[in-house]
Design a protein around this ligand. Structure first.
Ligand SMILES: Nc1ncnc2c1ncn2[C@@H]1O[C@H](COP(=O)(O)OP(=O)(O)OP(=O)(O)O)[C@@H](O)[C@H]1O
Ligand SMILES: Nc1nc2c(ncn2[C@@H]2O[C@H](COP(=O)(O)O)[C@@H](O)[C@H]2O)c(=O)[nH]1
Length: 197
């Protein structure tokens, strides 16, 4: 049985992926399911294990990777991140649109699989605005912030390469970015809504 196409949301840390995603999942309850990644980083205040991430040790994560449990994994800003096969299967079993929030390494690795998602990149208006958003979020140490900005420069360049993403959305005005995101996804959203009727 073929379900709705998954969606890969990528873009620099701090570009606004989670902000847009939370809004989308709230407006379209019962349409999307979030693929809960594994990470070795510490939880931020308010983050829940099993909901935002599966927070694990490096040893546990490496064991899962060695056992072939992940479709992709990457090192980002000094921590490991990865998408387990079961996190996607859990969502697809419910016939929901599976959303993956991954970095650019994840995008490249998912392209080698048969997942066939819609690839969307969320980009900040500029590196200066990104830095301000990350600083204002108050989640990073200076070291982690600098690593994230370094990765962001690479990500911003790669997002301009033709054929990598189906759509690149500049998240300057949040309302406008959200409307663009909805417009790319509306066809898949309506398929899921029709199937529920
Ligand atoms: N359009 C916007 N204008 C101003 N601030 C924004 C906008 N979009 C998001 N933000 C703010 O920027 C910060 C980073 O956003 P968010 O956490 O959603 O980014 P992210 O891409 O999910 O980052 P990460 O990959 O690190 O999880 C948040 O504090 C959020 O409230
Ligand atoms: N390749 C993967 N990247 C992932 C995954 N889960 C999240 N991410 C990306 O990591 C950075 C940092 O996230 P943060 O929550 O620590 O701010 C961000 O770009 C995410 O998109 C994953 O499973 N694989």
């Amino acid at each position: 049985m073929s379900g709705p196409r998954p969606v890969v949301l990528s873009g620099p840390s701090g570009a606004g992926k989670s902000t847009l995603l939370k809004r989308l999942m709230k407006e379209y309850e019962g349409v999307f399911g979030f693929s809960v990644s594994h990470t070795t980083r510490n939880p931020r205040p308010g983050e829940e294990d099993g909901k935002d991430y599966h927070f694990v040790t490096r040893e546990k994560m490496q064991e899962g990777i060695d056992n072939g449990e992940f479709i992709e994994n990457a090192e980002f800003s000094g921590n490991m991140y990865g998408t387990s096969k079961s996190s996607i299967e859990d969502v697809q079993a419910q016939n929901l649109i599976c959303i993956l929030d991954v970095d650019i390494q994840g995008v490249k690795n998912i392209k080698k699989t048969d997942l066939n998602p819609i690839y969307i990149s969320i980009q900040p208006p500029s590196i200066e605005i990104l830095e301000k958003r990350l600083r204002d979020r108050q989640t990073e140490t200076e070291d982690s912030l600098q690593k994230r900005l370094e990765s962001a420069r690479i990500d911003m360049e790669l997002s301009e390469e033709p054929g990598v993403f189906d759509m690149v959305i500049i998240n300057d005005d949040l309302e406008e970015a959200y409307e663009k995101l909805k417009s790319v996804l509306i066809e898949e959203i309506e398929k899921v809504q029709d199937a529920k009727k």
